[in-house]
Design a protein around this ligand. Structure first.
Ligand code: SAM
Length: 283
C-alpha cells in the first residue's frame, strides 16, 4: 500500500525533512489513490516497460510505476527533495533518479541504453506543461503512450477540435503525434497543497508514423505553418502565413487556391488535414 497518498503522511514527511512545497516549482503533491490509479491504469504499465517520469516529487507516482515497470527514469529539478526521495524510493532497485531541469534533458541520449517503446508518465508542474510536452513530442524518442496529469484547461486545449476557442498550436501538435483523450477530471483536493483549479488525466497514444498517416511531405514546414497561423490569430490565413513564414503573398495565394482553401479564413478554423494540404502545396 502506497502510504504517500495519505495527506497526513505527506505533511509528516515534509515536516521531518524541513520542506515547504515550492509554488514556483509547481509542487502540488498527489494525495488521492483514485487519481493515482487513473494515471497508472491509463499508462497500462507492464514489466517490460521503461517509464520516464518528470517531477517525482515525494515519489508517490514513481513507486507505483516501479512496482509494475522494468525501469523508471525519474527527473526532478528540486535537489532539496534528495533525502526524502532516498527514503521513499529506498525499496526499489529499478528507479534511476536524476536531478536536472526536465527542459534541458537530452532525452534521446538518456533513453539510448534502453529499448523502446517508452512510456512517459507524469503529474506535470503546471508552469512548464506546454513547452515540456512539445519538447517530449519533438525529440523523436520512440514512445507508445504518454499520460499526463495537467490543469484541466490544458487538457481541454490538448483535446480541442478545430474551430473551437480552445484549439491552438498545442492541440494540433499533440493530435498530429497522437490520439488523445481525457481519462478523468481530478478535483483540487486530490493534491497537497490544493491548486486553485481542477486538473485532468490525459492519455496520448502515439501514432506509429504520423507523417505517413497524414500524407505529409515536410514536417518542419507543417509546424512552421501552424505556428504562423496561430501566432497571429486575428489576421486572415493569407496575411498570417505570409508574415509568419516570410513568403510572398502570391505564393501563399497559389498554395491556398491549389487546396481550395479560402484565403480570408482564419487559421484557427483549420484542422491538421488542411495544414497538411497547404504544407504539401508549398513544398
Ligand atoms: N509526481 C509528484 C506527485 O505526483 O505527487 C509531484 C508532482 S508536482 C505537480 C511537480 C514536480 O515536478 C515537483 O516535484 C517539482 O519539483 C518538479 N519540477 C518542477 N519543475 C521541474 C523541471 N523543470 N524539471 C523537473 N522537475 C520539475
Amino acid at each position: 500500500m502506497n502510504d504517500l497518498v495519505r495527506p497526513s503522511r505527506v505533511s509528516e514527511l515534509l515536516r521531518a525533512y524541513g520542506l515547504n512545497p515550492s509554488k514556483g516549482l509547481g509542487q502540488n503533491f498527489l494525495v488521492d489513490r483514485h487519481a493515482l490509479e487513473k494515471i497508472v491504469g491509463a499508462a497500462d504499465v507492464h514489466d517490460e516497460d521503461v517509464c520516464l517520469e518528470i517531477g517525482p516529487g515525494l515519489g508517490t507516482l514513481t513507486r507505483e510505476l516501479a512496482e509494475r515497470a522494468r525501469t523508471v527514469l525519474a527527473i526532478e529539478k528540486d535537489k532539496k527533495l534528495t533525502p526524502v526521495l532516498a527514503e521513499t524510493l529506498a525499496d526499489y532497485a529499478n528507479i534511476e533518479l536524476q536531478f536536472s531541469d526536465a527542459l534541458e534533458v537530452d532525452y534521446r541520449k538518456l533513453l539510448e541504453p534502453y529499448s523502446p517503446p517508452f512510456k512517459v508518465v507524469a503529474n506535470l508542474p503546471y508552469y512548464v506543461t506546454t513547452p515540456l510536452i512539445m519538447q517530449l513530442l519533438e525529440t523523436g524518442i520512440k514512445w507508445g503512450k504518454m499520460v499526463f496529469l495537467v490543469q484541466r484547461e490544458v487538457a481541454e486545449r490538448m483535446t480541442a477540435r478545430p474551430g473551437t476557442e480552445a484549439c491552438g498550436s498545442l492541440s494540433l501538435a499533440v493530435q498530429y503525434y497522437a490520439q488523445v483523450k481525457t481519462i478523468a477530471v481530478i478535483p483540487p483536493n486530490a493534491f497537497f497543497p490544493p491548486p486553485k483549479v481542477s486538473s485532468a488525466v490525459v492519455l496520448l497514444e502515439g501514432r506509429d508514423k504520423p507523417g505517413q498517416h497524414f500524407g505529409l511531405v515536410n514536417e518542419k514546414l507543417f509546424f512552421a505553418l501552424i505556428r504562423a497561423a496561430f501566432g497571429q490569430r486575428r489576421k486572415t490565413l493569407l496575411n498570417a502565413l505570409s508574415a509568419g513564414l516570410d513568403v510572398p503573398k502570391a505564393d501563399i495565394q497559389r498554395a491556398l487556391a491549389g487546396c481550395g482553401i479560402p484565403e480570408s479564413l482564419r487559421g484557427e478554423t483549420l484542422g491538421i488535414e488542411s495544414f497538411v494540404k497547404i504544407a504539401n502545396q508549398l513544398t
